[in-house]
Design a protein around this ligand. Structure first.
Ligand code: TXA
Ligand code: MG
Length: 326
């Protein structure tokens, strides 16, 4: 159920959230599927609606920095200093993993002693969080493992019964960067996003190489799973195939710029940016994947970009979308 974000509808959705119901709301990254983070029964509804495995923790959204400590426990001076510094990047597309306070139910954190918190900058998210007055647990508003939703219509396709505040297309288009400060001496990136490693290092006042990269080994975030964000149609990078060697089939192409001239008869072409601008590519990427996935193609071929800034997050999502089932 798509709702215009009037003051009345925002107030209505805020009271739904307080009552432990589900509401979808826009953020600058992707749409979220929210409910009260302090209500176990409510959070169970999210896992059921998404078909999400219970070992995958949820991000908790709050409206301001003063509310971070309503869900996170900041005990050491080191951690407080790092948190103060990183807070400069809020509100925005950043999630920080911190020690969890006991009032946050285990279902939210998948029984981890930690909690991921984020202050979104989208004005509708902000108004909704303020009106609700409680922390809101919210994963991306897509079925588990499918492509995240960046428009209200994407959310409606998966969750027609749930009220969705329509904020138009998300401006960033890719999920938040996740930074763990669990060991404040070793800040660790768990998921790449629009906030680059360099921006994080600058905010923390440390050199870039002091920030650890997404660790190999046990999966700490679902976004770290090899196959994720995946359309049903197989995906290949243009650079790894020879189009002219393929047997006849329906092939779609997601191009990153208009400069990419390919003398090939694609069934459908989706161009993400006129001039290869990385922010445009990120913003429209998930809409392109969803659209091409609806065309009953045999294969989606995707372009590549330089892995600088948000380019790293773009290539990360595409590699996971293209990964074989594991
Ligand atoms: O941009 C975003 O972050 C969006 C918007 C709605 O805020 N949310 C989002 O949520 O992408 P979700 O659930 O699709 O992805 C959250 C990721 C998951 O990969 C999860 O494993 C990780 O955050 N995560 C949450 N809490 C964590 C924790 N305590 N430790 C490690 N990873 C955590
Ligand atoms: Mg997600």
């Amino acid at each position: 159920m798509i709702l215009t974000p009037t003051a009345e509808n925002i107030a209505l959705c805020a009271s739904q959230l307080r009552n432990g119901e589900l509401v979808s709301f826009p953020t600058e990254t992707v749409y979220g599927l929210g409910t009260s983070a302090l209500d176990t029964k409510a959070v169970e509804k999210i896992f059921t609606a998404k078909g999400r495995p219970s070992n995958n923790p949820l991000i908790v959204h709050v409206s301001s920095i003063d509310l971070i400590e309503s869900v996170a426990l900041i005990e050491s001076e080191n951690l407080r200093t790092s948190l103060n510094r990183i807070s400069k990047l809020w509100p925005g597309p950043l999630t920080v993993v911190l020690p969890k306070k006991r009032n946050v139910p285990d279902i939210v954190s998948a029984s981890l002693p930690t909690v991921g918190v984020r202050i979104p900058s989208h004005p509708i998210a902000k108004q909704l969080l303020e009106a609700a007055g409680i922390p809101i647990a919210g994963p991306s508003a897509n079925k588990s493992n499918y492509v995240s939703a960046t428009t209200a219509l994407h959310v409606h396709e998966s969750f027609p019964e749930i009220p969705i505040l329509d904020g138009g297309a998300c401006s960033v288009g890719i999920e938040s960067t996740i930074l763990s400060l669990i060991d404040p001496e070793t800040p660790t990136l768990l998921r790449y996003g629009a906030i680059s490693k360099e921006k994080i290092a600058e905010a923390l006042g440390v050199p870039s190489d002091a920030i650890q990269d997404v660790p190999d080994g046990p999966v700490l975030a679902a976004g770290m799973m090899k196959k994720h964000y995946a359309p049903k149609t197989p995906i290949k990078f243009l650079s790894e195939i020879d189009l002219w060697e393929l047997p006849p089939m329906r092939i779609g192409f997601i191009s990153f710029s208009e400069h990419q001239h390919l003398d090939f008869d694609f069934h459908a072409v989706y161009t993400l940016s006129a001039n290869g601008d990385l922010n445009d590519i990120a913003q429209r990427l998930f809409a392109a994947l969803r659209e091409q996935d609806s065309l009953e193609l045999d294969l989606i071929v995707v372009d590549s970009c330089l892995e600088t800034g948000i380019g790293k997050a773009i290539m990360d999502r595409l590699r996971r979308a293209a990964a074989k089932d594991v």
